[in-house]
Design a protein around this ligand. Sequence first.
Ligand code: HEC
Length: 129
Amino acid sequence: MRMQTLFLSLALCAVPAVFAADEPSPQHVKWMKDTEDLQHKIRDGQDVAANAKSLAALYKEIEGYWGKKSEVGAKTTKDIQVAALALATAAAGNDAAGVASNRKLIGGSCRACHDQHREKVSENVYRIK
Ligand code: HEC
């Protein structure tokens, strides 16, 4: 009996969590798409310094949204700007180790926010939580 009550309350708790995930705005989807485009160019070594600067500028904009929304959002969007500018400097100075380490930092921040705020609904469908 006690177990049943426990399961029932767990089930009730789970319902609001499902509805708490928001459909991302077209703006948010575009931000992530632009992020991916820039990341691919950087990975492929195309105009790394310029594209890293664009990534920093993009995350300044994204920080405007996430900075108010959550601590993880504020931190990761700021950290990406810092690492992207350092990446631009490293690329301009042909510093391969600096490029690699800052790319790693950026990737870690993408992951940290995704772990906290990205909810997978189905294959290739994600929401904000
Ligand atoms: C502050 C939080 C945050 C940061 C930082 C962030 N993302 Fe996202 N991202 C999300 C959320 C939430 C979604 C799901 C909603 C959507 O698609 O807009 C998402 C979705 C995506 C998508 C589209 C769907 C998917 O998951 O394949 C891509 C691609 C993506 N992010 C790439 C990145 C990359 C690369 C970085 C780092 C350079 C990054 N994101 C940084 C929050 C973030």
